[in-house]
Design a protein around this ligand. Sequence first.
Ligand code: IMP
Length: 426
Amino acid sequence: MANYILFGAQWGDEGKGKIVDMLSHELDYVARYQGGNNAGHTVIVGDEKHILHIIPSGILHDNTKCIIGNGVVLDPFVFLNEITQLTKRGIDASAKRIQISYNTHIIMEYHKILDIAREGKLADTKIGTTGRGIGPCYEDKKARIGIRAGDLLDLSIVRKKIDNALTEKNVLIESLYGGKALDAQEIFDKLSEIVPTLLPYLDDTNSILQDAVKAGKSILFEGAQGIMLDIDHGTYPYVTSSNTVSDNASIGTGVPSCFVDKRLAVVKAYTTRVGSGPFPTELNDETGSHLQKIGHEFGATTGRTRRCGWLDAVVLRETARLCSPTDIALTKLDVLTGLDELKIAVKYRYEGKEMLYPPQIPNAMEKAEPIYETWDGWKEDISQCKKFEELPKNTQNYVKRIAELMNAKITLVSVGPDRDQTILID
Ligand code: IMP
């Protein structure tokens, strides 16, 4: 079986968890390469709903091992809580199945406090972060003052690093944000308590994955968030703090991209976004509320309502040129059932000009207007269709148009949340 990079083609929440889970039975490893517990992957197996924030969805398959790569930022408390939850459900979440890179950066208490405090201070320019400390943790990584998982092997290093960090951060917390200074010893003690449980999970994941490649094992590199939330290529500043583009799988795990066979873009059949930022095809009307309700568009991490809108092929074209997908998994197609007509934005109008790609000038996307084409909807229940040919003609036309607009083949169509509500085309 091939090695895959799987990534969200829009602003996240495309339904990646289900697709990873579907592919996992054929995989030896699922590796996360960026982001942290800002992600929320929902997987439904039988009557059970699993929401995973940091552990790759591959954990739900007995034979798959999970890697948390160097590019991830890890909240150790959330990680251990997830381990407990999985164990309670009878899933083996031991260190035999999950390894964290020594180089993964650790999200500390002060990262979360600063994330929330900063958002509180921004008036009309709030990013709408998940408040999980993701941005401040990546900031420390770039400032070269971060604490890495491997540092936990020597707690004296951790103690010094907390002291150093707080010298600066307490000034911000107290003087700028009017909060209470944090106590280094308290933070250290709390972290030290969980270190013995955490240590068995730490490993040289780069070597593990390189050896796996040499041995012909199959790896899925699991992206979090979506391409439009990429720190360099997304709708900055309304983005996350990591690179979500598919090539970051290589940097975030240490496996060169020449060993990757397929790049699988997960595309939701309409568009959603949580948090602030431009969203040209947003529907602030009944259709938007309908998509929200039928699609259960509430964030798996923060419970926030997701903004909903028509499919945006300008965004998809941008994703296609940034990541060059070989395959597309189209999700939540069933949510569109019952609508009389469907719209797809095929271009934007920006300053009188028609554009195939989002305008690249900072903040210009806010002013871009979508140019739509309209497709006939369908009324038939598609949630039990098992083959592409069983889909109504109008549904088939909609699917084919998406493949055409992205210039890639659709190999999987999801028509419901369960594993078996899936049409495999190839
Ligand atoms: P942060 O990643 O928590 O810093 O949040 C930055 C932006 O990315 C906010 O708009 C979040 O709502 C968004 N975001 C972060 N993670 C996800 C995700 O998994 N799905 C969708 N949006 C996300």
